[in-house]
Design a protein around this ligand. Structure first.
Ligand code: ADP
Length: 632
């Protein structure tokens, strides 16, 4: 039979993978056992729901057979098996879930094994230790068995097989031992025992192996003889059914990493047992990194649904609100109907109750983390804040009351994270609004001219460094009765009565000059006025109420919006600045020059805001002229 080549990209991937992940060869066993366990889950579920012929729980098992003579390790299961098409589809394409992306990541960091599972190459990890893999399988849904054979990079063959029992047998022909790696160790009882204990203890099906036992010699009671006896290597108690107090952090971590294909330990474990109208156990994990495809539309939720210990489905999207879609884990309830299908999931009353209870649990766990494990919460927030923020935005603020206390921002108070609650609690009495400033980085915001006066008054400013931040609060009706106020928008109203009066008088005195400057700038600004927010800088561009300049810049990144979306701008001058006096003198002496200066100031203010200036060449020429004049 002709050899088939692995699908596009696969060959190269396989080579990359095998050469890059030898640092932890052990994981292949965990991956293969995990696949076997999934296959058993599927068969049992389909048998319970009558889709395949009945199978009894005791016939569902995994067997490990080391063969020292032939140097093969066999992992055999009585699971669902694979049809010819499935063999082709599942084992003919490596990294189905995103080969190009996978290769990219692997080439970027070849030692980064966490990408293996993430990309669905679990099965292929067999090639880390094997030079040849044979998969013999009969599907419970088909009637012809098949054998798939591959020696790795040079493709695979699929041929009909004589097999008559449903299930899959995977035989690994181990590689020769090398200086660095003794593959032969995977045939030793002690190695297999410890790997199963370490990575697969929780698997709910027996993982059996013939082990050597010494028994008393029936012919001579002083002697013993060695025999082989089947032993179940794993404890089979699903970790989530164990007593919480008896589970170590390491056990949780290993369970998580094995089941959810994450090389990193989880950031937080939420293990909860709920009894009442609805009974369920949930074992949930917050990952310590976002999955590679977390922001893709094809990202699938990492929540599994079990009923009475029986696996029902993967990616149970309807059980998690979108804002918590970073959760990986499982829910096991005694009250769910086994026949529940993905389609009716949403309508099922029990499922809805379960979803809402889960949401509360997750929410409470996050609040609890915020309160008692601040550092960890901040870590969480840095990874997953955007999902929470996006939810508030997308719901037009309706989810704000639920989620707003999970938000935090860096602020002018030491640049540390502060929650809205903490912010409002420490506001001085005279402060009426919540101030924020938007920019790309904390460093950039810290240097903003408009922060100076607020600093003097001891008013804290939230730093919005996430592009979505301003959009989010635009959907919120303030926080606890306090409005959000951009330091670069509208009238900050920072002056006391006296200062205000003084400024108004000054404005009146300079009305003509301000008018002349506005005229010089035309439509570029709505107004030129005196500023109450500036201290050291001569001028600033602010937005009127409504859209901010930051928002204009973000929205203009979409070519469709370019030139269409504009914040209403105001040029503010600092009346206490030396330059203001100069402007007055010029206005008296040379009104034409004032026009030119107005344009220079406007351009400078644009640059400070990060806006591009309309005519950089004229701007540069004008500055050059000024330099010459100044030195005449
Ligand atoms: P993943 O398990 O992440 O989907 P794998 O490469 O490990 O990726 O396996 C690919 C697919 O092959 C599985 O999703 C499953 O459908 C099938 N498969 C693998 N091992 C078995 C098995 N022992 N029994 C039945 N199907 C299997």
């Amino acid at each position: 039979m002709a050899k088939k080549q692995f699908k596009t990209e696969s060959k190269r991937l396989l080579e990359l993978m095998i050469n890059s992940i030898y640092t932890n060869s052990d994981i292949f066993l965990r991956e293969l056992i995990s696949n076997a366990s999934d296959a058993l889950d599927k068969r049992y579920y389909l048998s319970l729901t009558g889709q395949v012929s009945k199978v009894s729980q005791k016939d569902l098992q995994i067997e490990i057979i080391p063969d020292i003579v032939n140097r093969t390790l066999t992992i055999s299961d009585t699971g669902i098996g694979m049809t010819q098409e499935e063999l082709e589809k599942n084992l003919g394409t490596i990294a189905k879930s995103g080969s190009a992306e996978f290769r990219e990541q692997l080439e970027k960091s070849p030692k980064n094994i966490d990408i293996i599972g993430q990309f669905g190459v679990g099965f292929y990890s067999g090639f880390i230790v094997a030079k040849k893999i044979t998969v013999d399988t009969l599907s419970a849904l088909g009637d012809q068995a098949y054998t798939w054979v591959s020696s790795g990079e040079d493709g695979y063959t699929i041929t009909p097989s004589e097999r008559t029992t449903v299930g899959t047998t995977i035989t690994l022909e181990l590689k020769e031992d090398t200086e660095e790696e003794k593959y032969g160790k995977y045939l030793e009882e002690s190695t297999i025992r410890s790997l199963v204990k370490k990575y697969s203890d929780y698997v709910r099906y027996p993982i059996q192996m013939d082990v050597e036992k010494s028994i008393p010699d029936p012919t001579d009671e002083n002697k013993s003889i060695l025999t082989k006896e089947k032993e179940t290597l794993n404890s089979m108690i699903p970790i989530w059914k164990k007593n919480k107090k008896k589970i170590t952090e390491e056990e949780y971590n290993e369970f998580y990493q094995g089941k959810f294909n994450d090389w990193k330990e989880p950031l937080k474990v939420i293990h909860t047992n709920v009894e009442g109208n609805l009974n369920y156990t949930a074992l949930l994990f917050i990952p310590s990194q976002a999955p590679y495809n977390f922001y893709n539309t094809d990202y699938e939720y990492g929540l599994q649904l079990y009923s009475k210990g029986v696996f029902i489905m993967d990616h149970a999207k309807d059980l998690l609100p979108e804002c918590y879609r970073f959760i990986n884990g499982l829910v096991d309830s005694d009250d769910l109907n086994l026949n529940i299908s993905r389609e009716i999931l949403q309508q099922d009353r029990q499922v809805r109750a379960l979803a809402s209870s889960l949401e509360k649990k997750i929410h409470n766990a996050l609040e609890d983390m915020l309160k008692n494990e601040r550092e960890k919460y901040e870590q969480f927030f840095e990874i997953f804040a955007s999902t929470i923020k996006y939810d508030i935005y997308k719901s037009f603020g309706t989810s704000a009351s639920k989620l707003q206390d999970l938000l935090m921002y860096r602020s002018s108070a030491e640049g540390k994270y502060v929650t809205l609650k903490e912010y409002t609690e420490r506001m001085p009495e005279s402060q009426k609004e919540i101030y924020y400033a938007s920019g790309d980085t904390v460093a950039e915001i810290e240097r903003m001219p408009s922060l100076a006066k607020l600093r003097d008054k001891n008013y804290e400013v939230l730093y919005f460094t996430d592009k979505i931040d301003e959009f989010v609060i635009s959907m919120m009706q303030g926080y606890e009765g306090k409005n959000f106020r951009s330091v670069n928008k509208g009238d900050l109203d920072l002056d006391g009565e006296e200062e205000k009066k003084e400024r108004e008088e000054k404005a009146k005195e300079n009305q003509d000059m301000l008018g002349a400057m506005k005229e010089a700038l035309g439509d570029k600004v709505r107004e030129v006025r005196l500023s109450s927010r500036l201290k050291e800088d001569p001028a600033i561009l602010v937005a009127d109420e409504g859209m901010s300049i930051e928002m204009e810049m973000i929205l203009s990144q979409d070519p469709q919006n370019r030139g269409m979306i504009k914040a209403v701008k105001i040029l503010e001058l600092n009346p206490d600045h030396e330059l203001f006096r100069t402007l007055r003198t010029i206005y008296q002496k040379d009104p034409d020059k004032l026009k030119e200066y107005a344009n220079i100031l406007y351009d400078q203010a644009c640059l400070i805001e990060g806006l591009t200036i309309e005519d950089p060449i004229s701007y540069a020429r004008k500055i050059a002229e000024l330099m010459i004049e100044a030195n005449h």
